[in-house]
Ligand binder design. Structure first.
Ligand code: G1P
Length: 291
C-alpha cells in the first residue's frame, strides 16, 4: 500500500490569467469544488494518509481550504445548516497535510525533488494538482497504480491516456515495449512534435515512484527553459534498466486538464451538467442559449 503522495501546486497558471492573478489555478472551482479538492479526495479514496503540497508564492488559500475552520463550523451548527455542514465534511478526511515551497520555478522534476525528505525510503505517489481524473474526480487510477507497483516490482508506474496525435507536443509521451492496458515502457519523451512522438499515449498526471527517482532527478540537466523535467528523470530510470510500467486510463475515466481556458470551460460545464440538483436546469438553459 502506498501511504504518501506529493501534489505539486507551484505552477504560476499564466495561461489562465487574469483568473489566476491572485489565486492559485488549483483553487479555481469546477462546478462546486476547487480543482485540488477533487485530487485530494481521489487520493484519500486510494488510501493515501499523508499529502505533501509543493506550493509557491500566492498559494496559501490551498492550505486554508484543507484546514479545519472552527468559526465556520460553529456558525453553521448554531444556524442548524446541516446541508452546508455536509459540504465541508471533507475537512475531516483522514489525511495529514504537509506543505513545502518550491522557491524557484525550476520545473516539475524540481518540485518533486522538494519532497525527498517527506517521502523517505518509501514508495510514493505524485498527483498533479491541476488534473482531475474521471467525471467528478471519481477514479480509481491512483489505487490501481499502487497495486501495479506492488505486484510488479517496477521502479515507476505511470498513468497514461490516449490523445490525438496532433496534441503530443502538450504532454510527456511514452514508447510502449508491450501491448495491453498495463504495459512496459521502453522510453519517454517530454512534449515531442507529432512526427517525433513514439506513440499517442500521454502521461496523465499520476505516477508512483520508488525513492530511486531522487537519484535520477539529481542527474537530470535542465531543459532549454532551465527546467528539470520529471519525464527526463524517468527516462534515466529506464535507461539504467529499471522497469517502468504504464497503466491506461479506463474508458470513461478521462483526464480533465485545467491548464488552459478551453479545457477549463469544458470541464466546468461537464461537471455542472452532472450536478444532481442543478444539472437538469443548466441543460435546459444551454438548449435555449444555443438554439
Ligand atoms: C506535465 C508533465 C508532462 C505531463 C503533463 C500532464 O507537463 O511534464 O509529462 O504529460 O504534466 O499534465 P505540464 O502540463 O506541467 O507542462
Amino acid at each position: 500500500m502506498i501511504h504518501s503522495a506529493i501534489v505539486p501546486v507551484a505552477g504560476l497558471g499564466t495561461r489562465l490569467l487574469p483568473a489566476t492573478k491572485s489565486q492559485p489555478k488549483e483553487m479555481l472551482p469546477v462546478a462546486r469544488k476547487p480543482i485540488v479538492q477533487y485530487v485530494v479526495e481521489e487520493l484519500a479514496a486510494a488510501g493515501i494518509e499523508r499529502i505533501l503540497f509543493v506550493t509557491g508564492r500566492g498559494k496559501s488559500s490551498i492550505e486554508n481550504h484543507f484546514d479545519h475552520d472552527p468559526e465556520l463550523n460553529r456558525s453553521l451548527t448554531q444556524a442548524d445548516k446541516k446541508a452546508l455542514l455536509d459540504e465541508i465534511e471533507f475537512e475531516k478526511l483522514q489525511v495529514h497535510y504537509f506543505y513545502t515551497r518550491q522557491r524557484l520555478q525550476l520545473g516539475l522534476g524540481d518540485a518533486v525533488r522538494c519532497g525527498e525528505n517527506f517521502a523517505g525510503p518509501e514508495p510514493f505517489l505524485v498527483a498533479l494538482g491541476d488534473s482531475i481524473i474521471g467525471l467528478n474526480g471519481h477514479s480509481t487510477i491512483s489505487r490501481r497504480l499502487g497495486e501495479v507497483y506492488e505486484q510488479d516490482g517496477a521502479s515507476c508506474v505511470i498513468a497514461v491516456e490516449e490523445v490525438p496525435r496532433e496534441l503530443t507536443s502538450l504532454y510527456g509521451v511514452v514508447a510502449p515495449a508491450s501491448k495491453g492496458n498495463v504495459f512496459q515502457i521502453a522510453d519517454l519523451v517530454e512534449k515531442p512534435a507529432p512526427e517525433q512522438a513514439p506513440s499517442n499515449l500521454a502521461i496523465a498526471g499520476r505516477y508512483v515512484f520508488s525513492p530511486s527517482i531522487f537519484e535520477k532527478l539529481r542527474k537530470v540537466k535542465p531543459d532549454h527553459r532551465g527546467e528539470i523535467q520529471l519525464t527526463d528523470a524517468i527516462r534515466l530510470l529506464a535507461a539504467s534498466g529499471e522497469r517502468i510500467i504504464g497503466v491506461k486510463l479506463a474508458r470513461g475515466e478521462r483526464r480533465y486538464d485545467i491548464g488552459n481556458f478551453p479545457s477549463y470551460f469544458e470541464t466546468f460545464l461537464e461537471f455542472a451538467l452532472a450536478d444532481p440538483d442543478y444539472g437538469a436546469r443548466l441543460r435546459q438553459h444551454l438548449k435555449r442559449l444555443v438554439r
